[in-house]
Design a protein around this ligand. Structure first.
Ligand SMILES: [Fe+2]
Length: 260
């Protein structure tokens, strides 16, 4: 099977120098992930990072992230999550791929596939941002529609921070993409959408929703406790971090998840 390998990282939660999450330095955690990726997936065609690049969106956190990312040799595409601040991120990553409206959205064509990276950071109002849910406004949904329409039937994989549907954790389900119905209604018109990849939950989860396969990977730092009834979305535990590897071939998509 000749396959193109796409590495996925998510929820890096970078902090300023000296600050930690459960006694872990997010920069050290990403470095550990990159060491294993470079050793085990040296032929990665692309690396995609699906948001929560930083924990609090400070300048220094993005500066530190930029420094660590230099250890990745493959092209890297980033997008933001609810913990990021888009304007601060853009100040430190001015060359990043953006759509015509300035959202951190882009299209990558690899191995006959169309990879679509979406920006679900909700800046529509203080109320929604305060509870950390995600949102795709009309302009962002318009970008997605255009990316799918111009794919010429190529199979598409959509990458975004917030899951567009419930995954079973009471608290995290409340802060999912809050207009997931509109998202699914749009993609229902495009049978070439084969896979959705997300972060946000800090847990390995996969399955099928409305007939479309999805996978969610763990954070490189702290993880969501495995308790379906948990309503507090701030609780986290220390266990292995994870990265994903997608193997794209003419037969379909294989999704691997590896601890480090
Ligand atoms: Fe996160």
């Amino acid at each position: 099977m000749l396959a193109h390998k796409i590495v996925v990282l998510t929820d890096l939660h970078f902090l300023t120098q000296g600050n930690t999450i459960l006694a872990m330095d997010p920069a050290e955690r990403l470095s550990a992930a990159i060491r294993k990726i470079n050793a085990t997936v040296p032929d990665a065609a692309h690396v995609i990072i699906t948001g929560d690049l930083t924990h609090l969106g400070e300048d220094d956190a993005y500066v530190r992230l930029r420094a660590v990312l230099r250890d990745i040799s493959a092209p890297v595409t980033l997008t933001v999550g609810n913990h990021d601040r888009r304007e601060v991120f853009l100040a430190h990553f001015p060359e990043v791929a953006k759509d015509e409206n300035g959202f951190i959205q882009s299209v990558i064509d690899i191995g006959g596939y169309r990879l679509i990276v979406l920006d679900t950071l909700d800046d529509s109002g203080a109320g929604s941002q305060a509870i950390s849910s995600g949102y795709l406004c009309e302009r962002r949904l318009g970008f997605l529609e255009q990316a799918l329409r111009s794919a010429d039937g190529r199979p598409a994989i959509i990458f975004m921070h917030h899951p567009p549907h419930k995954v079973g954790f009471v608290g995290m389900d409340r802060i999912r993409l809050r207009n997931g119905e509109a998202f699914y209604e749009l993609i229902s018109g495009f049978p070439n959408v084969k896979q959705i990849i997300c972060g946000h939950v800090h847990r390995s989860i996969s399955g099928v929703h409305n007939g479309i396969t999805f996978a969610i990977f763990k954070s490189t730092v702290d993880q969501q406790p495995f308790d379906f009834s948990l309503t507090d979305t701030k609780l986290s535990i220390k266990e292995a971090g994870e990265f994903g590897v997608l193997l794209l071939s003419e037969h379909g998509v294989v999704v691997q998840a590896e601890d480090f």
